[in-house]
Design a protein around this ligand. Structure first.
Ligand SMILES: Cc1cc2nc3c(=O)[nH]c(=O)nc-3n(C[C@H](O)[C@H](O)[C@H](O)COP(=O)(O)OP(=O)(O)OC[C@H]3O[C@@H](n4cnc5c(N)ncnc54)[C@H](O)[C@@H]3O)c2cc1C
Length: 406
């Protein structure tokens, strides 16, 4: 069968699976004042809503995996189908026509942790976790940031000390999204405090249910609690669960961070809320659609959203071609968060005080949740300033930041 015929047959099979297991997404027609006016960036759910969503997400993921659509590009011996990135694109396109349960809970595990396991775990560990991750049986989180180490990730202090075939982990992580429902975590630790900071780090996979792991939720200013502090008190991790070599954790972290920027810049969070249709209808509703300044802002938002999207697609194409992306991911992420800020400014100009006092009017105060979530997007996955540093050094060829010796 030719490649094209093979792909066509694949699309037909995917459609048959989705027809039998999901319903077609209703045609999207945005009408001002109808339906939900929620436009949040971060998750704002109660514990009960979160548990119900997770259950539905896992049921769907298992069904999708069992039908052969869970991990298309993965190696067959690990549960994948060894198909091409083209197949993933085709499946994503077909699936976008259907309503399926929200899959956000798997974003970090499948978007960042699983590719790192595939690249750096020993075969037994890859076998033990990857199939379960892609089937949605387990969920993974990313345990990188600490109270004194975020942008300066290599400054982390969580210690891992070797004890025979095990390591003993002690320390604190913070801002860990989804730790409250995760089964495993990718954790970066310091193994050689005497070496220069980038050289003494080692990465592990840790069991989030192990004795000594404590997850404490952090409440966001938008009301929800989608991330946490995680404390490790002498937690034992088998040496087999090390990702990469001892003291080579920085290289492993880069694999994860690259995928993180791709996920955020690609519109993982918040972008869906920035629908131009919604803005245009709002401008019409408040009688400012003919105002040249508002029109200019709308056109600007449209251009920026698409520039961020296409820049990110360029980076993703590089990854799919088996190469390391350049600074596209940083440009895409910065373009996205700047657009979110600009959109916030535009909303303020159109809605004025309606956005800060809840009068019950549809589509007005609801935007405050978006505004309060934007700073989080400007920080998560590398702050705006760090993205600018990357662009300054790698695109514009400006001198590197002076190294601070520690
Ligand atoms: C929504 C959200 C989800 C997150 N999820 C996770 C997660 O799942 N796992 C995880 O490990 N972490 C997570 N984080 C943490 C995130 O990675 C860090 O917040 C981020 O890396 C910034 O680190 P910091 O908060 O310590 O800020 P800092 O690094 O202390 O930065 C403070 C300020 O200083 C600026 N700054 C710092 N260094 C420089 C420099 N060299 N040049 C110029 N300016 C600089 C920054 O831009 C910022 O404005 C999440 C954060 C958010 C907001």
């Amino acid at each position: 069968m030719s490649d094209a015929a093979n792909l066509e047959q694949f699309r037909t099979d995917a459609k048959a699976f989705l027809d039998a297991n999901a319903s077609l997404r209703p045609e999207e027609s945005f009408v001002w004042g109808e339906g939900s006016d929620r436009v949040g960036v971060l998750d704002e759910k109660t514990a009960e809503q979160e548990a119900a969503e997770l259950r539905a997400a896992k049921e769907w993921k298992a069904k999708e995996f069992d039908a052969g659509f869970g991990w298309l590009t993965g190696p067959e011996h690990l549960g994948g189908r060894a198909l091409t990135a083209e197949h993933t694109r085709a499946y994503t396109a077909v699936r976008s026509d259907y309503s399926v349960p929200n899959q956000t809970a798997f974003g970090i595990g499948l978007g960042m942790v699983a590719p790192t396991i595939l690249a750096h775990a020993i075969p037994e560990v890859a076998e033990r976790y990857l199939r379960d991750l892609y089937r949605g049986d387990i969920v993974a989180c990313q345990l990188f940031s600490e109270p004194i180490a975020g942008s300066d990730l290599a400054g982390i202090q969580t210690r891992a000390i070797r004890d025979g075939d095990e390591w003993i982990l002690t320390g604190q992580k913070v801002w860990t999204s989804g730790a409250q429902y995760s089964d495993i975590g990718e954790i970066i630790t310091r193994t050689s405090p005497d070496k220069p900071k980038h050289k003494g780090l080692t990465m592990f996979l840790v069991d989030m249910h192990a004795p000594g792991v404590e997850v404490r939720p952090l409440r966001q200013m938008t009301g929800g609690a989608s991330f946490n502090e995680v404390f490790f008190e002498e937690v034992r991790v088998p040496d087999s669960h090390r990702l990469g070599d001892v003291d080579e954790g920085w290289t492993v972290a880069l694999t994860t961070l690259m995928n993180e920027r791709a996920a955020i810049g690609g519109g993982g969070a918040g972008v869906g809320t920035m629908s131009l249709n919604r803005f245009v209808e709002m401008a019409r509703h408040y009688g400012v659609a003919d105002d040249p300044l508002v029109r200019q802002r709308l056109a600007d938002a449209y251009v920026r959203i698409n520039v961020a999207r296409y820049t990110n697609l360029r980076g993703m194409a590089t990854i799919r071609a088996g190469q390391l992306p350049g600074p596209e991911m940083s440009i895409g992420k910065l373009a996205l968060t700047r657009t979110m800020q600009e959109v916030g400014q535009m909303l303020g100009e159109i809605l004025g005080p309606r956005m800060i006092a809840d009068s019950g009017e549809w589509g007005t105060f609801a935007w405050s949740e978006f505004l309060c979530g934007v700073p989080g997007m400007r920080v998560a996955g590398g702050t705006d300033e760090i993205m600018k540093n990357v662009i300054g050094e790698r695109v514009l060829g400006l001198p590197k930041e002076p190294k601070i010796r520690t």
